[in-house]
Ligand binder design. Sequence first.
Ligand code: MTE
Ligand code: LUZ
Ligand code: MOS
Length: 750
Amino acid sequence: MYNIDSQPHVRGESVYLDDIPVVRGTLYACVFDSPVAHGKLKSIDTSAAERSEGVFRVITATDIIGENQIGGIVPDEPLLAEGEVHFQGMPIAVVVAESEELARKAAKKITVEIDELEPVTDPRIAAANGDLIVPPKKFVLGDTASAFAGCEYVFEGRTEQNGQEHLYIETQGAYAVPTENGGLKIYSSTQGPTAVQRAVCRVTGLPMHQVEVDVQRLGGGFGGKEDQANAWAAICAVGTQLTKRPVKYALHRMEDMRMTGKRHPYSSDYKIGLDKDLKIVAYEATFYQNAGAACDLSPPVLERTLFHCTNSYFIPNVTATAYCCRTNLPPNTAFRGFGGPQGMFVIESAIAHAAEKLGVSAAEIQRRNLLKTGDEFPYGQIAESEAVISWDQAANTYGFADMSREADEFNASSKYFKKGVAVMPICFGISFTKTPMNQARSLVHVYTDGSVAVSTGAVEMGQGVNTKMAQVAAKVFGLDIDAVKVHTTNTLRIANTSPTAASAAADLNGKATQIACETITKRLLEVALPLVEAASVDELSIEDHMVHRNGEKTSLTWQTLVMEAHLQRVNLSEHSHYATPGIGFDWSIAKGHPFAYHVYGTAIVGVTVDCLRGRYEVDYVKCFHDFGTSMNTGIDLGQIEGGIVQGLGWMTMEEVVYDEKGKLRSNALSTYKVPDIYSVPKEIAVTPLKTEKDNLAIFNSKAVGEPPLMYGIGAYFAIRNAIKAFRDCEPDFDCPLTPEKVLMNLYPDV
Ligand code: MTE
Ligand code: LUZ
Ligand code: MOS
């Protein structure tokens, strides 16, 4: 099955925010943002900007008619700064002008008086100052204190993980158009149309029924538009409310990089205890999350760090504590994996540390501690595990023993090039950890010509969810995919949507679509009964656009049946609701069954390090991945390849750099290096671990959006192993492992 967007994408016909035709009279916004990370905002001088050519209006906090607040979880995020600034890039004022160029020109003329305060950029310092956004969170299984006492080996250490720029190809943006009687229609590049609707209503004071949000598609979101699309839509909405004119704002790349948050950096401590058989008996981890200046989604991200702190291992005694630390960086936010990768890196570091000290390979410890079905996660859910089978299949199919031996042989004879191999198992929980978010709706219309229109709460952002929705409708109705059109994600057609996130969009919206289509099919088959002289609808089905009786094609076509149903005044539309059954989590005891299911897999990663230059190449990533039964192998393979490259980019080359003043130095593509075609692995092999057990995935096709990113963590450990082959050392667990850091590890004395 192909992707319905492929042709329009390569022809340049797909419509993104900036391709939407603007209506006459549209104005353009540009934000003036804080030049310092922390300070008292004493005054704002907008007079020169107001006099600037083509300027309609300059907006500051006091002009906002509703509430100057967009914080969704904690109300700590003003739309425009008032009294204080908390990060460099914090919006202070908005210029609305006749063109983008004139708006940007005028914004440069705004000046502010700020009494600078000392910025905090280190989460451990914030924690020491007691500056936590929410109280600490903790998971406990068994009793680590007494377990450590009985351990043969105990190791302690620290890890540092940096953030990651989302670098969606399409930057953030929105377009607000006034509708009659004071309403607004908002076009937004958002993963969360309802989140945008709420933020717009809050700042404008409008009720939700006056605000329509429409999303065609995104040029990538990766979590960066789960919450952080809200501000730009709110700014356009305020502009429209104050000028009565349509207002558009599509951010420039450098504005986007400077003003938006990224993946959360973490600083963490670990303590791991093993018995003489290398079984991990106890594990303690303390996570200091660098949340940035506002809450945003930091608490649920932090929670997912705890949920994934033991990755795919069973450890009987675990204490994991997590701190959500407020600093003067832009508010960090959702990013593919949502805190899970950060938790996994720490346990993988602890295992690598133990292996190094004990003189065994990390793989030996990893393999011995994999989760089995029936094992308990630290949060109480019981595992249905594919960890062992995916590991063994990967090791056997790809020949892990040979790969390690080849690397050793190569290293024995090569002085300045060294190879490293690492295995990265993954286990990722599917569902929003906040149970109420696991619901979705779908609206299906069958038109009298037999064509089908589907609308859901899912947002297409390159992950192929629209194709999957069309597949669901086509499959249930027995039609070609061309008979189905998936329409924009729109809050008038589908209300109260959860964001397209948590890898759960295809499952949640697909199940709702399945229910809607089944309901309509049932009505149609009732109409068909007398026409094909069947006794019961159980005898009937629709395949290839034809009604079938007991599997035999009849002469009744889909189109004739649909028209006949309409003439009989049968409803050809359905609006259906789906809520994941059987899940829940009780934070008062930090136990429950939060996930519909888990996705497992194992990747073997091989690299070659050039030990003169510190450069490296990823030779291969070979994985065995748990697809369930993929409904679209092309799309799912694309998700795996993209996830792997994005993950290894985070681990090895992408370096977000803020200076001690909280100024982003890596603020453009010339200073922020992402993987390009030359740095992708030379080989990516993906073998499906087909699991046919019933699960809660749509048609048993397991969620694939986020889990593969975590295979990329293997690249870090593979490079680390190559460094160790060059020089007997114990490199810090500090990522990304950039070529510069590789070089410093290779030559510590120069
Ligand atoms: N793939 C593309 N091409 N672009 C994206 O922005 N986002 C990822 C993943 N894959 C993303 C992507 C993230 S963070 C998530 S949560 C899932 O897609 C969301 O989509 P799904 O729920 O349909 O898998
Ligand atoms: N977003 C969210 C997510 O709000 N809750 C989650 O559990 C989650 N998980 C992964 C990605 N986004
Ligand atoms: Mo993805 S981080 O859940 O948007």
